[in-house]
Design a protein around this ligand. Structure first.
Ligand code: ADP
Length: 643
């Protein structure tokens, strides 16, 4: 009765219900089961249960074995799909239960299939997702591949397949690098990378060569990492790379262009050094001779001419020195000294020096508050050049009004003070259109050919480079016809007054020395005019001067007798002054230890170093005035105690 009513019930329930006997033979199918499987219940009665599934293209949810393992009588929620007799793919939640008779013995099984549209949707979504992921992998930009732990390819994207010479990504499966376009050498390289990754290394952003299927060589930027499963176990290698051949080529071209620019810049620096040398040699004669003539008897008219020559000569020298300074700075050849100095005295001295150039309609103010520290350690020459350039411009571009130089302490640490040097004028000013260019090399608002203001357009470039070389910065504010303000910040190390005093005392000892009557000097120099100037200056100090115009002649003379001092030109007709000096120092002769000073228009630090390395004691860059010679004579006398 119970079974009969259950059978009836199964006919009205809208689930698949199948009744089996203990041998899994079909007893009944309810109406839904008949509809889904497309069979009459009577037609399949007594047939094995799994035969029902033959036309469904899916494995049947409860195999014989599966049924036999459930002990507690019920299995629920087995998800399985099937293709219905209407060719629809449907998903069901399957459950099974044992059927007991009244005596409690197993009489058979109920198999129930509940239509599960949600599950079906979920499956579809998952299938879609998988398809999407596959599409993403396939079309991902760049090159992507993955391999197993034996470096055998399991998959790749379209780009990689193409590069490897394959028609489609699936063709990569089962291949190794040795089967692909890149050949043995690169395959071995890739294999070595794989081994490192399998040892746990993450190889990120490294460059590798690659030979492509079409024979082109390229460079790739690659990353390779271990591919891990959910338990963290390494199960393969995941690699991705980009083609950076174009970028590498551009980098290479850029490097080549940079190298060429450097060569050109070196050539230019060399040219400037040579040109300034060639200009300075005749200038030495012009200025020297004029200076000598000024000390001889002459008329007032001649005095005027001499002053004009001297002034113009000095202007040319100033220009040549600017170009030289600039080329030195540009080639990075400038070295900064670190010596104790009194900043206040230095600035006062600069102001004093520049005051003579002021127009009568302009006044100059100088403000250096008494309270701020002024004993610092820096390069006095560099500071002099910076401030002189700024003040020089203020003087040049101010017709009337005033120029103010003020120094203030902006901040101070234990060992450093940040100074602001402000040069303010009431001159012609600079328009906003031009102000950004004034620190550019050779730039002048008013071009030289207008002839109104002299200049090279290098002063501010040099000042800026010097300021930056000292770790500071420079800025400008200006209004046309109202005036300009240049503010220069310099961080300067504080120094010890004791150290400064010691240095001042030493320099005083030098300046207290007497004249040089009877000093024998050998002047090795081939330029006729330059020789005459130097000779007269030295003779004015009472020196006895002997000449040598070639290296050979110099060597002959130094073997004959000892000199108190030798001035040595570097470029001689037969050999260089460097070689002559080396010979004097190395060969036995009466001048092996004599003080030697280079006398040359070469003024670069490397020229100086080269002379000192060869064994010279000092270096004098011409044009040089009589005071410069005096300093050398004093030093030579002090060091060698010559009389
Ligand atoms: P220059 O040797 O021509 O003075 P600088 O590099 O020192 O070269 O200056 C570049 C240009 O900046 C000058 O030619 C001038 O046009 C402008 N300039 C510099 N200082 C001032 C100033 N104080 N007032 C007006 N213009 C200035």
């Amino acid at each position: 009765m119970f079974i009969a009513s259950l059978e009836q019930l199964s006919q009205i329930i809208d689930h698949i219900i199948i009744q089996l006997d203990t041998d899994y033979r079909i007893q009944t199918l309810n109406h839904k089961a008949q509809q889904v499987f497309g069979v009459e219940s009577s037609a399949v009665r007594g047939k094995p249960y799994w035969e029902l599934w033959k036309g469904c293209y899916q494995p049947c949810p409860f195999s014989k074995n599966l049924i036999s393992i459930f002990d507690n009588g019920v299995v629920r929620n087995i998800k399985a799909s099937l293709t219905t007799s209407n060719h629809e793919e449907k998903n069901y939640n399957w459950s099974a239960a044992k059927i007991y008779n009244k005596a409690g013995e197993i009489e058979g099984f109920w198999i129930v299939g509940e239509d599960n549209p949600q599950y079906c949707e979920a499956l579809k979504r998952e299938a879609n997702l998988q398809q999407n992921i596959q599409d993403i992998f396939r079309h991902i930009p760049g090159y992507l591949y993955w391999k197993d732990v034996n470096s055998v390819y399991l998959g790749c994207n379209e780009n990689f397949a193409k590069a490897a010479g394959l028609k489609k990504p699936e063709d990569i499966i089962g291949k190794t690098d040795f089967d692909l376009a890149w050949g043995k050498t690169e395959a071995e390289l890739f294999r070595a990378g794989d081994r490192a990754v399998l040892r746990g290394e993450y190889k990120l952003d490294f460059e590798e060569p690659q030979l492509m299927a079409d024979g082109r060589r390229r460079t790739v930027l690659a990353s390779k990492v271990p591919l891990k499963d959910a338990s963290g176990q390494t199960v393969g290698i995941l690699g991705i790379y980009q083609d950076i051949t174009a970028r590498k080529k551009a980098e290479h071209q850029l490097q080549e262009a940079r190298d060429q620019a450097e060569v050109a810049s070196r050539a230019k620096t060399e040219f400037l050094a040579n040109m300034t040398h060639d200009l300075k040699t005749p200038l030495h004669s012009v200025l020297g001779m004029t200076e000598i003539l000024k000390h001889r008897d002459h008329s007032e008219e001649q005095e005027e001419y001499l002053n004009a020559i001297l002034q113009s000569g000095k202007s040319i020298l100033h220009l040549v020195n600017r170009i030289l300074n600039y080329s030195k700075l540009e080639s990075g050849g400038l070295q900064f000294k670190q010596e104790p100095l009194d900043l206040k005295l230095l600035i006062q001295d600069i102001v004093r020096g520049i005051q003579s150039q002021l127009r009568s309609s302009v006044t100059m103010n100088f403000d250096f508050p008494a309270k701020i520290p002024h004993i610092v350690r820096s390069d006095p020459q560099a500071i002099r050049r910076i401030i002189s350039n700024l003040l020089g411009n203020a003087v040049k571009f101010t017709e009337k009004g005033e120029i103010t130089l003020s120094v203030v302490k902006k901040k101070q640490s234990k060992d450093k003070v940040w100074f602001h040097f402000t040069v303010k004028d009431t001159g012609i000013g600079i328009s906003s259109k031009n102000i950004n260019q004034i620190f550019d090399r050779f730039y002048r608002v008013d071009p030289a050919y207008h002839g109104k203001y002299l200049g090279s357009g290098l002063g501010l470039t040099i000042a800026k480079q010097l300021v930056e070389g000292l770790g500071g910065s420079i800025a400008v504010e200006s209004r046309l016809k109202k005036g300009s303000t240049f503010i220069c910040e310099l961080p300067l190390l504080l120094a010890d007054a004791v150290e400064l005093n010691r240095q001042i005392k030493e320099s005083k000892i030098i300046t207290k020395a007497k004249e040089f009557v009877g000093l024998t000097v050998l002047l090795v120099e081939d330029n006729l005019y330059s020789t005459r100037v130097t000779r007269i200056m030295l003779e004015n100090y009472g020196c006895i001067v002997e000449m040598a115009v070639t290296g050979a002649e110099a060597l002959q003379r130094i073997r004959e007798k000892p000199y108190s001092l030798i001035f040595m030109d570097v470029g001689l007709p037969d050999c260089s002054g460097i070689e002559v000096t080396q010979k004097i120092r190395s060969d036995a002769n009466p001048n092996q230890k004599t003080y030697i000073c280079a006398l040359t228009a070469h003024a670069r630090e490397e020229d100086r170093q080269c002379c000192l390395k060869a064994g010279m004691n000092n270096f004098l860059s011409i044009p040089a005035g009589s005071n410069d010679f005096k300093k050398i004579l004093k030093q030579a006398r002090k060091i060698h105690k010559i009389t």
